[in-house]
Ligand binder design. Structure first.
Ligand SMILES: [Fe+2]
Length: 331
């Protein structure tokens, strides 16, 4: 398992970027790279996490594009991690998904990425231990939310989002339980691309903080990752991407479910939708803070700062900082 040390003081800071969609509209890529650079320089994070859809040009293997991105991200000399999006190509016979991952690893010094156990579905089910004084203080899980599959929808075979598969959920439970058995309860967060269906509950039934610009897109099948995480007890929050104009956070049964803030100028969100990133502060006292940051491209900035924290919409009473309570084990 990878490990990264906590800073000497204060929280561990993760900066989540999502849906860069590099190569999709090449004329926008310079803006996207500038966003990442401005955010990292402003925030000095301890870890960068990219939650999928980094590269989308034709969903094909694009070595020049990948090498360029790895070079630019490595320039921060900060560890970074990523999980696969639905646009990273398919698991199928062409093997593009695995090929992209292997090439990224070969091109980067600072990338923490593991394809994960071979007998577990998906590419990139892995964990990073965040250590304070040499002991695990938090765990970061990354999972592949996979590409597409077919289900019968109202009598028609339909191509739909695949889901986190049962063997991936079992891998998560075993890994988190192993950490718990070795070190006692260690709080954890999970990153993946396509929201689990509980994000619909977050949007419809819970007060939320932030932008809700579109319908929540989830797999039609709920494979139970959320329930498994709740039962395992150590997972404290989930962070996703995928729906480019959603960036809200809501608490479902004590677990904050949060979208990142779409970071790619070449993605299909409206041009006037401010791109950004999400800050996640993991405190040594096991509390968690999270909020988005927005970006002003250079030509629109004037004398204003490149990076700012927006006033977020509140649909009801919501927390700014999550303190957790021991959950009863469900089964
Ligand atoms: Fe996307």
């Amino acid at each position: 398992m990878f490990s990264v040390d906590f800073p000497p003081e204060g929280p561990f800071k993760i900066l989540q970027f999502t849906d860069l969609h590099l190569g999709n509209r090449p004329e926008k890529d310079a803006l996207t790279y500038a966003l990442v650079e401005d955010m990292v320089n402003d925030q000095a994070p301890d870890l960068l996490v990219f939650t999928g859809d980094i590269f989308t040009k034709d969903e094909a293997f694009q070595p020049t594009l990948i090498a360029e991105a790895c070079r630019r991200i490595d320039a921060f000399k900060t560890p970074w991690a990523f999980c696969m999006g639905n646009h990273e190509g398919t698991h199928g016979q062409d093997g593009v998904r695995a090929q992209k991952a292997a090439f990224m690893v070969s091109q980067s010094q600072y990338l923490l990425f593991d394809s994960g156990p071979k007998d577990v579905y998906g590419i990139g089910n892995y964990a990073i231990s965040l250590k304070k004084h040499g002991k695990p203080a938090w765990t970061v899980f990354l999972l592949d939310s996979n590409d597409f599959t077919f289900h019968m929808i109202r009598g028609v075979p339909s191509r739909v989002h695949d889901a986190i598969r049962p063997d991936q959920i079992a891998w998560f439970q075993q890994t988190a339980d192993t950490i718990r058995n070795l070190h006692g309860p260690v709080p954890a967060v999970a990153f993946f691309h396509v929201p689990v269906p509980e994000f619909i509950d977050a949007a419809m039934f819970e007060p939320y903080l932030g932008d809700r610009g579109q319908k929540v897109t989830t797999p039609p099948l709920n494979t139970g990752f959320f329930a498994a995480a709740l039962a395992q007890r150590d997972l404290r929050a989930m962070f996703v991407g995928h729906d480019h104009t959603n960036s809200f956070c809501a608490d479902v049964l004590g677990i904050p479910l949060a979208y990142g803030r779409c970071s790619g100028y070449g993605c299909n969100a409206p041009a006037q939708f401010p791109r950004g990133a999400r800050v996640i502060l993991l405190w040594p006292d096991e509390s968690l803070e999270t909020y988005p940051l927005l970006h002003r491209p250079k030509q629109e900035r004037g004398s204003r700062p490149a990076v700012y924290r927006p006033e977020e919409k509140r649909s009801g009473p919501v927390y700014d900082r999550f303190h957790f309570f021991p959950q009863e084990k469900m089964y």
